[in-house]
Design a protein around this ligand. Structure first.
Ligand code: NAD
Ligand code: IPM
Ligand code: MN
Length: 360
């Protein structure tokens, strides 16, 4: 059965990394039996430039009519001065909210070939396999009230971190379910020693655990300690479940266990829709230079095959192709260590495609 994918390249390195992921889809169509079609649409700065809206109506219609969405990245200095609702980031938050993508899965797996690429010692990171489950459509990113006002003659900025118990329960449920398929451990991360919203978060997680998931090992950690423990002894973690802001920060931090933020894919999943995107941004500092690492985006395609297109077999092929490419010593600049020769973004994509063809 044909599957349809909405492809949203976005800004900066977005089009470069998405091009390589689309090459992988082409190989899966030609050399395997994937029957996928895709259409491109604008998001972020590209959406704004084309239509005055970072989440254009045509994009909204396309994603609602597609089986899955692949997104590159959004943002860049040229759009920073725009009003907040017109900025690229508003487009990304807009599509996540519109599609109800509350569960963001950010797997952090250390590839043994890249032990030297990390800034941490090999024995600390060898074998790390963490899944960060980040709540994606609530918390301080979306809480009201928010704004900048003038108080006593000076500006005051404010945001609201809020969670309803139903929002905590549904993300905690996803984390417990994921843990059962892994090492059966969940660490819930918040700041319950200071924040009421975290106090509620912890109570709801404990209630759900007692009621339905008492077979899963549950621990709780304050976010400041979690940031430290991730670097001190990352192998203690299996699934980390946390809110929108803490998940954003901890997943960027966790990415460095793998050697580069260019390695981390993600799946953002709701009741009806799903979107797949690397965790990194549009990397304006390297955009247009064909030097970005496309593996996070290619691995996001693997997550799409597994979770939306029901093709675990092909997801495994893509993951194997990435492993074989790393085995062959092929590295983009972000991964190249101590004088290793780096290849371009497009050469990395080509290498994965060749490795994939060899598995056909
Ligand atoms: P960033 O993730 O874009 O870049 C941080 C650093 O990591 C940069 O040095 C960059 O070159 C490097 N990097 C990122 N992805 C890489 C890759 N695939 N290969 C090699 N190196 C890579 O974060 P930033 O600089 O804080 O933000 C830049 C812009 O991206 C901002 O406008 C921000 O809002 C946006 N952003 C978007 C997303 C998204 O679309 N999901 C995520 C994060 C940031
Ligand atoms: C991410 C990004 C986004 C976020 C920004 C660009 C809105 O950092 O996808 O991790 O904070 O969620
Ligand atoms: Mn982020």
């Amino acid at each position: 059965m044909a599957v349809s994918i909405a492809v949203l390249p976005g800004d900066g390195i977005g089009p470069e990394i998405v091009r390589e992921a689309v090459k992988v889809l082409e190989v899966l169509n030609k050399r395997f039996d994937l029957d996928a079609t895709w259409k491109e649409a604008g998001i972020g700065g590209a959406g704004f430039d084309a239509s005055g809206d970072p989440y254009p109506k045509a994009t909204r219609e396309l994603v609602h009519a597609s089986d899955a969405v692949l997104l590159g990245a959004v943002g860049g200095p040229q759009w920073e001065a725009l009003d907040k609702p017109l900025r690229p980031e508003a487009g990304l938050l807009g599509i996540r909210a519109d599609l109800g993508l509350f569960a963001n899965y950010r797997p952090t797996k250390v590839h043994s070939q890249l032990l030297d690429a990390s800034t941490l010692k090999p024995d600390v990171i060898d074998g790390v396999d963490i899944l960060v489950v980040r709540e994606l459509v609530s918390g301080i990113y979306f809480g009201q009230p928010r704004g900048i006002e003038t108080v006593d003659g000076e500006r005051r900025g404010y945001n609201t971190m809020a969670y309803r118990e139903s929002e905590v329960r549904r993300i905690a449920r996803k984390a417990f379910e994921a843990a059962r398929l892994r090492s059966n451990k969940v660490c819930s991360v918040e700041k319950a020693n200071v924040l009421e919203v975290s106090e509620l978060w912890r109570s709801v997680v404990i209630e759900l655990h007692q009621a339905e998931f008492s077979d899963v090992e549950l621990s709780h950690m304050y976010v400041d300690n979690a940031a430290m423990q991730l670097i001190r002894n990352p192998k203690q973690f299996d699934v980390i479940v946390t809110g929108n802001l803490f998940g954003d920060i901890l997943s960027d931090e966790a990415s460095m266990l793998t050697g580069s933020i260019g390695m981390l894919p993600s799946a953002s999943i709701g009741e009806q829709f799903a979107m797949y995107e690397p965790i990194h941004g549009s990397a304006p500092d390297i955009a247009g230079k064909d030097m970005a690492n496309p593996l996070a985006t290619i691995l996001s395609v693997a997550m799409m095959l597994r979770f939306s297109l029901n093709r675990i077999d092909l997801a495994e092929k893509v993951e194997q192709a990435v492993e074989h490419t790393l085995d062959a010593g092929i590295r983009t600049t972000d991964l190249a260590y101590a004088g290793e020769q780096a290849v371009s973004c497009s050469a990395m994509g080509d290498a994965v495609c060749s490795a994939l063809e060899a598995l056909a």
